[in-house]
Every structure is written in C-alpha cells, then in structure tokens.
Design a protein around this ligand. Structure first.
Ligand code: NAD
Length: 481
C-alpha cells in the first residue's frame, strides 16, 4: 500500500487529526493506498515551519540555492523509473508517457530554475539630468502557497515549487488529493538532497480542507494555482480581499485549425497526440478541430481510421491511452458524449467505456470523435477534459477565427499551414496565451505560459515566474553632483 505522508519542517508525518483519505488506482478502480486529510491545523504547522525557514533560506547564496535545486533535479533523474511507475499507477496515464514526459519535465523544472536564478537580475534606472539613481531590487515574498491538479501531477507541482524556491521563498504546497504519491516521493528526495527543514512543506488533503486552509491563511501572501476555472474563481474570491498576489492557470477549450496547405502526414500524427495524449486530460489538448472544407472528407476518414487503431489498456502495457482519473470524471465525459448527440452531433467513433478485460473496474474510455455542425453547441464550448474531440469544416479564415474565438477560454491554439503570412495573421488574432504553428506542446521553459479570458490570470515560465514570486522594491537615491 502506498502510504502518503505530509512533509512538514523536514519530516514526514501524519495529519494532526490522524484522518486519512483513500487513494484509488484509476487503472483498476481499487483502493491501493491512503493520504492524510489535512486541515487548518496542519497548514498552520506548515506555515510556521516555512516562516522560520525563510529567515535563513532567503539569505542563501545564489550558488548554494542553485546547487540544491540542481541536486533535486539529479535525484529525480536517478529515480526516473520509480517515479514514473508511481505516477502512472496514481493517475492512470501510460507508463511510457510518465517516463518520457512527466518525470523528465519535473527534473527539467528544477534544473531550469537552478540556472535561471543565477541569471535573474535587479535593475537600475538612472534619472539623467536629475542626479538620481533608482535601484529596483527583487525580494522574495516570504511564505507562498502552490496548489496543483491531478493531470500532470509532478510536472505541474514542480513547475510552481522550483521557481518559488529559486526566488528565495519558502513554500506550503498541496498536490491534488487524487494523485498525491509523487509529491510524497519528492519530499523524500528533498530530504536526501539536504534541503533545509521547512523550506518546502507539502500538505495533503482535499481542496475544501487543506487547499482552502492555504488560500485563506492570512500570512501566505501569494498563491500559485493550476486547476479548473470554477476553483480559480473561488480562490480569487477568497484571496483577493486579503490582497494576495495570484497566479491562476485554469481550463482550456483549445482550437486545432487545419488548412489544406499543411504538411498533412505530420499534422495527422501530431493531431492524434494533441487530441488524445494523457486521455485528452491535458489543459493544452486541442479538443475542437476545424478543417478547411477542401480536405475535410479526407481528414475525417484518415483521422477516424487512425483513432480507431489507438490502443486503450492497462497503463503499464504498450498502450496509447490508459484510464481517466476517476469514475466520476468518466461519467462526466460520457454525459457530454450523450449531450453532443442530443444537440445534433454525429458520433464518428468511440463514445463508450472501453473494455479492458484485465481490469473490468478500471476507468477506461474509447477515444471519441464527434462531428458537430454548430461551433456554439455545448460540447464545443465547455471543457470536457477527456478523450473526446469534435470536428467540423470551415470555409474562410474569417469564419474559423470567429469560431476559434467563440469560447469563454483562451489558453492555447494550434494552426496547421505552410503559409507564413497566414500564421502571423492567426498569431495576432487568435485569443489565446499560446499559439502553436505546425507543432503542439512544444515548450521552451523561458517563454511565458498562461491563458487569457477564463483560462487564467498571470504567466508562468522563465523570468515571468521569478517576477511573480518576488516583490520589486525601488530604492531612489538622490546625490549631490
Ligand atoms: P481542480 O480545480 O478541481 O483542483 C485543482 C487543485 O485545487 C487540487 O489540488 C484541489 O484539491 C485544489 N482545490 C480544490 N478546491 C480548492 C479550494 N477551495 N481551495 C484551494 N484549493 C482547492 O482541478 P482538477 O480537476 O484537479 O484539474 C483539472 C483542471 O485543471 C482542468 O480544468 C484543466 O484545464 C486545468 N488545468 C489547467 C492547466 C493550465 O496550465 N492552465 C494545467 C493543467 C490543468
């Protein structure tokens, strides 16, 4: 049984109440471990540890801090196999995905910010002619809160923790209660790396209990959150009146726009991934596919034929799709598939629970393609977050831009074309934080990451993250000439 513990002041411990939650394996539908259900008292303990640790952590030299973060990155690499196995079991994602994407990215996050912190500089502004110079220092905020979702557990958890620590803050962090195991293993690696006690504290439990205690804590001055838009709005409601700094990375309903002049085989290959990687449970998945009418019939035939060949099965086998995160989530996705058909959508493939004989109780779903005739129908407007995509044709640039921008969200968009002018026109006009042209999920960690509209507030990545996790202080000195 995987027994997850809180990590507070350098030690692994139970919640003060002793209360625990079951941890269910999506691939089998069986309970296979448990985690602490933490509350205000545990968060208060974690906060105190972080507050004490801040006094010395903020004074560590950049070299010491960088070396510690790099050491954690090395330990993640050394434990790749163990972490990938744990991530796959905890989330239902294919082991191959955890091994090639999730865990390597977690170590990249630490290594990237280990380097970035040594390059992040203060600014000076000379007020020429006024005998004045301004120094803009960047100080850590203090104790900050990091809250992450279940779809890319260690990947997104470390994407927040690494820059927060790099900037000199100490952290109270909470992973999703649905996928707590790799955060527990990270705590062990931090101990091994010699991270001083209290610098990172990990508190497990539900959003309503442990999460709420973090966002409502009066002295946790910044919250970095990734998750659903409704949760993000709730966090803003609680935290904004307390004047906390907020970074909110929320939901998406991303368009994938395909023109006839694209590199067709490459587009088809990557569109399969952007539709169904991680069972479609990536906030950046392209769930609305718009295809230029001249190639629509061909695309429909080729795409559906490839989708029906995708292998669904136990995540530790050679499969393309594992299980979705929970029974409730699978039901929500199935409800959307019904709704699509009630609203005139045509099911082209999939649409059902997938039959996986080894694990009849696991949460498997067939990859599903639905042809829709109205870009405003609910399945084309609301985030489903599962292995379900819609397809529909378009006739002109203006029409597809209007359809692409018609949703409340604005996280990412993909465009397939060989026309450079068109890619610039779309880059300018698409309402999203990220536009990929002839590629998908292609990330340089120095670039800003985040969405517009209901997809969030603020940007992560590179110096944007280090700016978020620091307070600028301007010191203005007037001197006698
Ligand atoms: P969620 O909002 O339900 O939960 C996210 C985290 O917030 C979890 O740790 C949860 O316990 C916590 N939480 C819930 N209620 C809380 C509260 N009242 N106070 C504090 N914390 C609370 O989201 P989820 O279902 O875990 O993840 C799926 C969602 O995340 C999707 O909408 C997806 O698009 C989004 N997502 C966005 C990005 C991005 O970068 N924009 C990346 C991944 C996932």
């Amino acid at each position: 049984m995987a027994q997850v513990l809180n990590y507070i002041n350098g030690t692994l411990q139970h919640a003060l109440s002793g209360e625990r939650l079951d941890n269910i394996e999506p691939a089998t539908g069986q309970i296979y471990g448990s985690l602490p259900q933490s509350s205000d008292n545990d968060v208060a303990l974690a906060f105190q540890a972080a507050k004490n640790a801040f006094i010395t952590w903020r004074q560590t030299t950049l070299e010491q801090r960088s070396a510690l973060l790099a050491r954690i990155a090395d330990l993640i690499d050394e434990n790749l196999e163990r972490l990938a196995q744990a991530e796959s079991k905890d989330s239902g994602k294919p082991l191959s995905l955890a091994k090639t994407i999730d865990i390597p990215r977690a170590s990249s996050n630490f290594r990237f910010f280990a380097h970035a912190l040594t390059q992040f500089s203060s600014e000076a502004h000379e007020s020429v002619g006024q005998n004045t110079i301004n120094f803009t220092l960047r100080h850590p905020i203090g104790v900050v809160g990091c809250i992450s979702p279940w779809n890319l557990p260690l990947y997104l958890f470390t994407w927040k923790i690494a820059p927060a620590l790099a900037a000199g803050n100490t952290v109270v962090a909470k992973p999703s209660e649905l996928t707590p195991v790799t955060a527990h293993l990270l705590a062990e690696l931090c101990q091994q790396a010699g991270l001083p006690a209290g610098v990172l504290n990990i508190v497990h439990g539900t959003g309503a209990s442990a999460g709420q205690a973090i966002i409502a804590h009066p002295e946790i001055k910044a919250i970095s959150f990734t998750g659903g838009t409704a949760t993000g709005a709730h966090i803003a409601k609680v935290a904004a009146p307390m004047l906390k700094k907020l970074s909110l990375e929320l939901g998406g309903k991303n368009p994938n726009i395909i023109f006839a002049d694209c590199d067709y085989p490459r587009m088809l290959e990557i569109t399969l991934k952007s539709s169904f990687a991680n069972q479609g449970q990536i906030c950046l998945c392209g769930s609305r596919i718009f295809v230029e009418r001249s190639i629509y019939a061909k695309f429909k035939e080729d795409f559906v034929s490839r989708v029906t060949q995708l292998r669904v099965g136990p995540p530790n086998h050679e499969v393309d799709l594992g299980a979705v995160i929970s029974k409730e989530h699978r039901q929500k996705i199935l409800n959307y598939i019904d709704l699509a058909q009630n609203q005139g959508g045509l099911l082209l493939c999939g649409g059902n629970k997938a039959d996986v004989p080894q694990h009849p109780e696991g949460y498997y779903l067939e990859p599903t393609v639905i042809e829709v005739n109205d870009h405003l129908c609910r399945v084309n407007q609301e985030e489903i977050f599962g292995p379900v995509v819609t397809i529909m044709p378009f006739d002109s640039e203006a029409q597809v831009i209007e359809m692409a921008n018609s949703v409340p969200y604005g996280l990412s968009a993909s465009l397939w074309t060989s026309d450079l002018d068109r890619s610039m026109r779309f880059g300018q006009q698409l309402e999203s934080g990220i536009v990929w042209v002839n590629t998908w999920l292609n990330r340089d960690l120095r670039t800003p990451f985040g969405g517009v509209k209901a997809s969030g507030v603020g940007r992560e990545g590179g110096f944007e993250a280090l700016r978020f996790f620091t307070e600028p202080k301007n010191i203005c000195i007037s001197y006698k000439p």
